[in-house]
Write a protein that binds this ligand. Structure first.
Ligand SMILES: [Zn+2]
Length: 291
């Protein structure tokens, strides 16, 4: 997972919000949160124009798993869920705030492009736990006239456990670490590891450990052969060639559009740590970012 920058809000979303939010408010006042009637109004946030903007801003990758996604089969997803927020730990008895966060359905800062795996009921779904002691965003009290001001839209006081890739640098919270390093390098297993409670919670919510097979395959196929070329040049004393090959490897695998760039950055830090890079005159790879 890398940082993302959504860019400018599409005018189509402004238009959708201007009409649909007031309709949702009326329905909410009549039928209440959690009603089918309210749920039926929470549409129109995923038009092609809005979806295109997110898809391109995220370099055609899922915001959560960083795999390239099929445009047609992938949803526009809400960081803060629009139909009730699960506050419980995975596997614990459900604790759902049914009133959250329907009014953020058309909020640009709340939209992400995500793959079906990450968005399904076994993964992100409606999970949105908060840090201990954090108060949830207030729910509009009925009757609510649709005034779009604080405090309903000011999320700055709420402390989610789930990383927001548009605000946080995920690499501050989650790294990938190798396991079974006594094996040949191409046979190493890798596992996501939380550096912070938010990182640990995000790994659990999204079940990021499920990506290990994909990550290991990517390293074997797309990263390790180039790494071995760098090392072969270095072993033969061809430092200029090693440095040039290293630059190409970084450019190819840590670009914003490269799949699994954050996990790959972690692997490069393990395989070519700072002391060895300095010894060989290799550059320090910048953290990948889509922002
Ligand atoms: Zn995904």
């Amino acid at each position: 997972m890398i940082r993302i920058d959504r860019g400018q809000e599409p005018s189509a979303l402004v238009t959708a919000r201007s009409t649909r939010l007031s309709a949702a408010v009326k329905t909410y006042n009549r039928h209440g949160a959690g009603s089918r009637e309210l749920s039926d109004t929470l549409v129109g946030y995923n038009t092609p124009t809005i979806k295109d903007a997110l898809y391109l801003a995220q370099h055609k990758k899922c915001a959560w798993c960083e795999l390239r996604v099929q445009y047609g089969s992938s949803p526009v997803e809400h960081y803060r869920p629009k139909a009730g927020a699960g506050r419980h730990d995975r596997g614990a008895p459900p604790q759902v705030d049914c009133g959250h966060y329907w009014w953020l359905t058309w909020t640009w800062a709340n939209l992400l492009f995500a793959c079906p795996r990450c968005n399904d009921q076994g993964h992100k779904a409606n999970f949105f736990p908060l840090e201990p002691g954090s108060s949830p965003l207030p729910v509009p009290k009925r009757p609510h006239r649709g005034r779009r001001g604080n405090p309903f839209f000011d999320t700055s006081g709420e402390r989610p456990l789930l990383i927001d890739p548009a605000i946080d640098d995920p690499l501050d919270h989650i790294v990938w670490k190798p396991l079974q390093t006594a094996l040949a390098r191409r046979d190493w297993k890798w596992s996501p590891s939380g550096l912070t409670p938010r990182g640990t919670a995000t790994i659990a919510i999204l079940k990021l450990a499920e990506l290990a097979d994909e990550m290991e395959h990517h390293l074997r196929i797309a990263v390790l052969p180039s790494m071995e070329e760098v090392e072969a040049h270095a072993a033969a004393g061809r430092n200029a060639e090693a440095a040039a090959r290293w630059q190409t490897l970084i450019a190819d695998t840590l670009a914003p559009s490269s799949p699994l760039a954050a996990a790959t950055w972690c692997a490069l830090e393990v395989w070519m740590p700072a002391v060895r890079r300095t010894h060989l005159g290799l550059s320090t790879p910048a953290r990948p970012t889509g922002a």
